[in-house]
Design a protein around this ligand. Structure first.
Ligand code: MTE
Length: 298
């Protein structure tokens, strides 16, 4: 196979980075290993804000993952009920090249670490280093057609998942984004957290992370991504349409029908802090919603 100049350069950079990381690791200069659980990644300097990271003790043990149970400790306790062997992600619908990817394919895409704020609609928040790649990179590979206006995400459905024995939600867990939101550079497909592959309770082996939206938009353990013409329904919109809208952008000025969204409690902290518009990503994403009434499109 003949490599183009571009490919040669990319390959060289890739090898250099690996060698650099290996030499640092060998010299014991890295506090946290860059290569862990077969994840090879680099820190993206554009996404390393000076924010205090949440203690992994909290982020990895206080979770929402209703397929594994509804209490915060259930996802960790029942983590072994999620089988991630031979995981595949099907991308289909309005695209010229529908493709089924396995995890090897997805981990061949360059993996980078990004530190993001994360705000749950329930009023808690965290700051965590995710590892992954922009969703846009993946979607470009399947060549969306002009009819692809929205993207639907479908999570795993499996009778071994204890939460799916009950109809607490309309299974499988479904979420959606508008095409421009999905293609936004902040929108990440995460394969890892805190330097390691995602643990099951955080949505292994691959999940979405949309940092300017409430956490429930960030679907875990995704098996299907569908490019569609019409706005899809999410599981939460079906469950409680008066409380959960399609957009669900973090907005301290629009209350949840049952509580205020003006403040949040960082996991591990006793004190609350002010919630930021679009969770602090206003400069990057406000333009996506120009002219839209954010009280109406909540
Ligand atoms: N994805 C699936 N498949 N099932 C879920 O129950 N919960 C959502 C989101 N993704 C959920 C999900 C909610 S409400 C939140 S706040 C985040 O996952 C929590 O992510 P974390 O446990 O990694 O903090």
């Amino acid at each position: 196979m003949k490599l183009t100049e571009n490919q040669v350069t990319d390959q060289n950079l890739y090898l250099n980075r690996r060698q650099f990381v290996k030499s640092l690791t060998a010299a014991g200069l890295l506090g946290t290993p860059f290569i862990a659980n077969a994840l090879d990644f680099s820190k993206n300097p554009d996404y390393q804000p000076r924010l205090k990271l949440t203690d992994p003790e909290h982020a990895l043990h206080y979770n929402n993952f209703y397929e594994l149970g509804t209490s915060k400790e259930d996802p960790f306790r029942n983590a072994d009920k999620l089988n991630t062997d031979n995981w595949k992600v099907v991308i289909e619908g309005e695209c010229s090249k529908p493709t089924t990817f396995d995890m090897d394919d997805l981990l061949k895409l360059e993996q980078e670490e990004r530190i993001y704020r994360f705000r749950c609609v329930e009023g808690w928040s965290m700051v965590v280093p995710w590892i992954g790649f922009p969703l846009a990179k993946l979607l470009k590979q399947v060549q969306p057609t002009s009819k692809a206006k929205f993207v639907e995400f479908v999570s795993i459905e499996d009778s071994n998942l204890p939460g799916q024995r009950f109809r607490i939600l309309d299974w499988p867990y479904r979420e959606g984004l508008r095409m421009d939101e999905a293609m936004h550079p902040l929108t990440l497909m995460a394969t890892g957290i805190y330097g390691e592959a995602l643990p099951n309770q955080n949505g292994a082996p691959i999940r979405l992370v949309v940092p300017w939206k409430y956490g429930f938009k960030s679907s875990k353990s995704i098996v299907k991504i569908r490019l569609v013409e019409k706005q899809p329904f999410s599981s939460w919109m079906v469950a409680t349409p008066s409380e959960y809208g399609f957009y669900s952008n973090v907005n301290p000025n629009v209350s949840h029908p049952r509580w205020s969204q003006a403040k949040e409690r960082p996991l591990g902290s006793f004190f609350k802090q002010k919630t930021l518009m679009f969770n602090g990503y206003e400069n990057e994403v406000a333009g996506l919603y120009k002219g839209m009434d954010l009280k109406k499109y909540f």
